[in-house]
Write a protein of this length. Structure first.
Lengths: 65, 162
């Protein structure tokens, strides 16, 4: 097996989607940066939503009787 | 709003000589992995720190590793020797390192870096081979995972050139 084939096989085994990599490599440098910024924005929004989802509900103040 | 692309453009206009390293260098080489910061290698002289302060002053730069998030505009005081800077800004996080694991100091990193045209600016980026070497030297699981993709990128590049 050539070193090229080995590198590709190891990336696939590690879980990388080669079709996504092909798409990324076909982009211009500017497009890669813009696409990355968009992905980071999404990751940040998802993390924020996750934090809200798992945040402990506030205990309502006890009512005076 | 966070934008590492805009942050990098702003830093490129600062006049500080730097090389893009780390995950963002991977992005420029075509990696699909998302990174949360821009890592740069530079020499942190009094002059370059001053240039960075002027460049970042509108973005509220603060030392993200300090508990009180001290402002980079006030700390450290002039004349302090700096090894690295770990900053948080309104546009995202930027780490400025004077040495890169597995490679060496700025002179070594810059010597093998490639110059690219990005948003009408000339920007130096760590070569793919050096990026692989640096990530292997770090040896963390996430770096070794990134190396697998970077090796695939290098392999595809070789195939394309052949």
């Amino acid at each position: 097996m050539s070193s090229t084939d080995k590198a590709i096989r190891q990336a696939v085994q590690a879980g990388f989607d080669l079709s996504l990599l092909e798409v990324s490599l076909a982009l211009t440098l500017e497009e890669r940066v813009r696409q990355h910024d968009a992905a980071l924005e999404l990751v940040t929004a998802l993390r924020s939503a996750g934090r809200q989802l798992h945040a402990k509900p506030r205990t309502p103040p006890a009512k005076a009787r | 709003m966070q934008s590492l692309g805009r942050l990098l453009q702003k830093l490129a206009d600062s006049g500080v000589d730097f090389v893009v390293v780390g995950g963002f260098a991977g992005v420029l080489h075509g990696s699909t992995l998302v990174t949360r910061d821009v890592d740069l290698c530079a020499v942190l002289t009094a002059e370059s720190v001053q240039r960075l302060r002027i460049c970042l002053r509108d973005l509220h730069p603060r030392h993200r590793m300090t508990s009180r998030k001290l402002s980079f505009l006030d700390h450290p005081t002039a004349g302090s020797k700096l090894k690295n800077l770990y900053l948080e800004t309104d546009w995202g996080t930027v780490d400025i390192l004077t040495k890169i694991a597995g490679l060496g100091d700025f002179a070594r990193v810059r010597a093998q870096a490639m110059e690219i045209d990005l948003f009408d600016r000339k920007i130096r980026v760590l070569s793919l081979e050096d990026l692989i070497q640096a990530k292997e030297a770090l040896g963390r699981e996430k770096d070794l995972l990134a190396v697998k993709e970077l090796r695939a990128i290098a392999a595809k590049s070789r195939t394309k050139q052949a």
